[in-house]
Design a protein around this ligand. Sequence first.
Ligand code: GAR
Length: 219
Amino acid sequence: MSSKKRIGILISGRGSNMASLIEAAHAHDYPAEIVTVISNRPTAGGLAIARDAGIPTVVIDHKDFATRMAFEAKMHQALLDAGVELICSAGFMRMLTGGFVDRWRNRQLNIHPSLLPAYPGLDTHARALRDGVRIHGCTVHFVRLEMDTGPIIAQAGVAVLPGDTPETLAARVLDAEHRLYPHALRLVASGAVRVTNDILETAPPTDTPAALFSPPLRP
Ligand code: GAR
């Protein structure tokens, strides 16, 4: 029997982060396998990508449910039916209630396009540019009730460049997201991290650069 963790991915849209997880999980030594992709939007572009990759997909349209709790009960059941052990939200744009979040506590990951706790919510790149930050980035974290909060698993810093627009910055952050999410999922699925007092504990790094400088250190 496979010892890989069984992953369910939640999407709402184009699914590029989902695709990066599917791709990573092809490696024979990756500690997780993607067993289902669930979308709350029937038109999500990611559904076709998942199907083409041979992953079973489920559409659970939130508009078909009278209450948030009824929608989440259906999603919870679909995850159980697929034998899911860990959830990866990847551009899943629905707020979740405490009932669902508690059931999947420390078993649901999310990716967000900023260095949390800075810039939770929407329009993260435009807001970072408006504030003039020199280092922006992305975060993978465990999900808690409040939007874009929860123990941080991994982050990638991205230098803001002169002339950046929200679009150019978003493209570089997205590129980092596609590398960060498989890395963070590997840490969780392999049991390399644990959460203590809502903070992540990890082994000391061996090859991490001391700092990212932006602008770069040049004479
Ligand atoms: C990604 O940039 C992800 O970080 C963001 O939505 C995009 C989804 O793209 N998520 C959030 O803002 C969650 N708060 P994708 O569908 O191509 O992965």
